[in-house]
Design a protein around this ligand. Structure first.
Ligand code: SAM
Length: 219
């Protein structure tokens, strides 16, 4: 997958790109490019935003700035999905993540302050995605959330078997994962369920299915 991110804060992504699973697939399954709106802005002094028409607080990311950034990267209208990260978008779920992970190329647009000039979302993007019903200060964390969730679904990102029985996976019928325990078997009198120490894989599988189902029903 080729994934392009447009941001005012490209250095914010350094930490994520050094971490697994992203670090393990960069340059192979994942080609990640970071674009700074300031590098292509037609405005003086690297400006990218302006005051809102109609008045009010905050600054708005300009449509001409984003158009110039996209033209600089693609020349013409991109033939792939261009996604604005905004709290007003379609809510990110594991199903959306799986859908996006199947794309060969994606562009993610981030904003700050008051957000995007609406014409960016209407005319330069194919869609808008929200990472949840709350407001963050900028789009960098939302982009990183989407990026990490998509990257771990790409081939080679996770060790074999570790991505299959996760919460929201089809193997668990979209439900929550069962609980995990590790050593010590007892700590402060808190014990591990006996079935997990039994060595009986059939009983373990049945217990896990039951736990997964119970948690999902209660959630
Ligand atoms: C302070 S927010 C703007 C909020 C906007 N004025 C509103 O009320 O809907 C600034 C930027 O952070 C990003 N952002 C904040 N919360 C987000 C969320 N829940 N999902 C996706 N992006 C978000 C978006 O890029 C947004 O344009």
């Amino acid at each position: 997958m080729r994934l392009d991110v447009f941001t005012q804060v490209p250095h914010a992504f350094a930490w994520l790109t050094e971490q697994r699973p992203l670090a393990g697939i960069l340059g192979e399954e994942l080609e990640l490019r970071l674009f700074n709106y300031r590098d292509t802005t037609p405005l003086r002094s690297g400006r990218v935003d302006d005051k809102p028409y109609g008045g009010g607080a905050g600054m708005v990311l300009r449509v001409d700035v984003v158009a110039a950034a996209l033209e600089g990267a693609y020349g013409e209208a991109p033939g792939h999905r261009v996604i604005a990260l905004t709290p007003q978008g379609r809510q990110l779920t594991q199903a959306v993540v799986e859908e996006l992970a199947a794309e060969p190329q994606l562009t993610l647009l981030s904003s700050r302050f008051e957000g995007f000039d609406e014409r960016i979302v209407q005319h330069l993007c194919s869609e808008a995605v929200s990472i949840g019903p709350y407001v963050l200060s900028g789009g960098e964390l939302p982009v990183m959330v989407l990026l990490d969730a998509v990257a771990r679904r790409l081939p080679g990102a996770l060790a074999a078997g570790s991505g299959e029985h996760e919460s929201f996976s089809s193997e668990l019928e979209g439900g929550l994962e069962y609980p995990h325990y590790t050593r010590p078997a007892e700590f402060r009198g808190w014990t591990v369920p006996e079935v997990l120490l039994s060595g009986d894989h059939g009983r373990v599988d049945a217990w896990r299915r039951e736990q997964s189902h119970g948690r999902t029903v209660l959630s």
